[in-house]
Write a protein that binds this ligand. Structure first.
Ligand SMILES: Nc1ncnc2c1ncn2[C@@H]1O[C@H](COP(=O)(O)OP(=O)(O)OP(=O)(O)O)[C@@H](O)[C@H]1O
Ligand SMILES: [Mg+2]
Length: 337
């Protein structure tokens, strides 16, 4: 009973998030009205082509958006509905409370682990520092905790590896250290931004296994960013498909694969290679390129590439967003005309 309740608990609610980059050439609307929930014990996949706003979403949540990026609207609320709920957008990005949330409540795993690691310090010292930032453990206790974390992420002989420098480790082990770093503050939310893109296929599968195990054991709310539909199928409970700064489809993973509702999702799925494809058969690709967010088409942002475009409708207005918490597609094919 308790497990069911836990699984339903919303750890983080994002509503109508809008992010602009004010550039010399004009305003780039990187995110427009993005809404979703991260739930304890569940994995939400965020998928979409390069530039659709996946990393900007992650960085907005952690308040580490690059300049000149600016959140211009919406809310990002931790523990919504509870008496201790916090709108992270109301906090100063450098405030102590925000620094405690970053790493302590929400851990971040990067595509390239060296983004989180320094070449100058041993992995142990870096994890020890992260552990001590989020606890009052003594140096010795933090070192023991670091070794325990390295063991937890499957690093062989952690009591020796703790004194290694990152360059002495393989790419796969480095990403495991990156995951240990993200876990150092014992977060209940993990955001993994393309955590396996830089790894070879075998290592990729191992790191995904690790993430799945950690997520299940700790009941973590995991937000997994990827452009790989295979990773989505293997890892996620729910999926948000993004296109040009908006969520265009939201669905439980089985539904998304069995009955995709947005033409963009259907195109993404057609572009996935399958073992059933004949050798050398050409992969379906999505026609046209993603427009730059600074030059957004009028009407539905996907209409110039859409094979099911309704002239006069999709070319004139933006389809309504998907109500948060509901499955659906932001597409006029879904809305009776
Ligand atoms: N530092 C920046 N300066 C200016 N514009 C930016 C910056 N970072 C992101 N953007 C804009 O925001 C959009 C979304 O970027 P984002 O990094 O979130 O894409 P993404 O979905 O993570 O892509 P990828 O799959 O390549 O990682 C980009 O297309 C770009 O226009
Ligand atoms: Mg990215």
């Amino acid at each position: 009973m308790r497990l069911t309740l836990m699984a339903d608990q919303i750890a983080l609610a994002v509503r109508d998030l809008a992010v602009h980059f004010e550039m010399e050439q004009g305003v780039v609307r990187a995110l427009e009205g993005v809404s979703f929930d991260l739930r304890a014990g569940r994995t939400l996949g965020i998928v979409g082509e390069s530039g659709c706003g996946k990393s900007v979403t992650a960085r907005s949540i952690l308040r580490i958006l690059d300049r000149p990026g600016r959140v211009v609207g919406g809310s990002i609320v931790l523990d919504p509905g509870s008496s201790g709920s916090t709108d992270v957008l109301a906090l100063d990005s450098n405030a102590e409370r925000m620094r405690a949330i970053r790493g302590g409540r929400i851990g971040l795993i990067f595509q390239e682990p060296m983004t989180a690691l320094s070449v100058h310090y041993t992995v142990g010292n870096q994890i020890i520092e992260a552990v001590r930032q989020h606890s009052d453990l003594s140096k010795q206790a933090a070192r023991d905790r670091a070794i325990e974390l390295l063991r937890e992420v499957g690093i062989p002989r952690p009591e020796l590896r703790v004194d290694a420098y990152p360059f002495q480790l393989s790419g796969g082990l480095r990403q495991r250290v990156g995951i240990a770093m993200a876990l150092a503050g014992d977060p209940d939310i993990l955001i993994a931004d393309e955590p396996t893109t830089a790894l070879d296929v075998t290592t990729q599968a191992q790191v995904l296994d690790l993430l799945r195990r950690l997520q299940a054991e700790k009941g973590i709310a995991l937000m997994l960013i990827t452009h790989d539909m295979g990773v989505i199928a293997e890892m996620c409970d729910d999926v948000a498909v993004m296109y040009l700064g908006r969520i265009v489809e939201y669905a439980p993973v089985e539904t998304l694969f069995a009955a995709p509702r947005h033409p963009y999702t259907r195109a993404l799925l057609r572009a996935v290679p399958t073992i059933l494809a004949k050798p050398r058969q050409r992969l379906a690709t999505i026609g046209g390129a993603v427009p730059h967010p600074g030059a957004r088409p009028v009407g539905c942002p996907f209409h110039p590439r859409c094979s099911e475009v309704i002239e006069g409708r999709c070319t004139a207005a933006v389809p309504p967003p998907i109500p948060p918490g509901q499955a659906g597609a932001s597409c006029f094919l879904e809305v009776p005309g």
